[in-house]
Design a protein. Sequence first.
Length: 200
Amino acid sequence: MSDTPKFTVIDRRKIKAEEEQESQTQTASQDETAARPPATGGGPRLVVNEPKPAPVEAVEADKEAELPPLPTAEESREQKAAYDASAQRLEDLVRAQNPAAGAQPPVAFEHLVQQFYVSAMIQMGAGGQEGQRPRVDILGARTTIDLLGVLAEKTRGNLTESEDHTLQTVLFELRMAFMELTNMISLQAMQPPPQPPAKR
């Protein structure tokens, strides 16, 4: 027996349609029962109780109960100040070890896009050492590219022209690289396996 937990996906539209159909069926059944005479010699009947899905309101309440409470504005300010102080201590330590190193530039939107770009390219096999077979995580690359697509969707209209240009260019390049790689994988999968040499 598998230890994998089982879960049920509830489609609200289906529940609503079933409730309406069940309501109509009950109304029709009551009308038929009232119209026909009582049955005689019926005997015992098998009654099957099917488990009903949890009401949508209960499912949503469970999801909200799982979320941690939001920090207060004061807690957020204190935490941000502590984080900044910790980051500054780290930067001071790095500069003490390497006095020629300048201060790190502040993190900007382009850094986030670059992080996604580098991650996706590594997942598609770039950056490996020469002579070694590249390690490809094509499903991970697809997820990273899709996350970048979500970022583009959610930030539409809120970016500067330069930020939007960077994001769209990177997304285009990653999707093209992904398509080339999946085409290569598809071609390799369609080739017949090598036949063993014939015995003489």
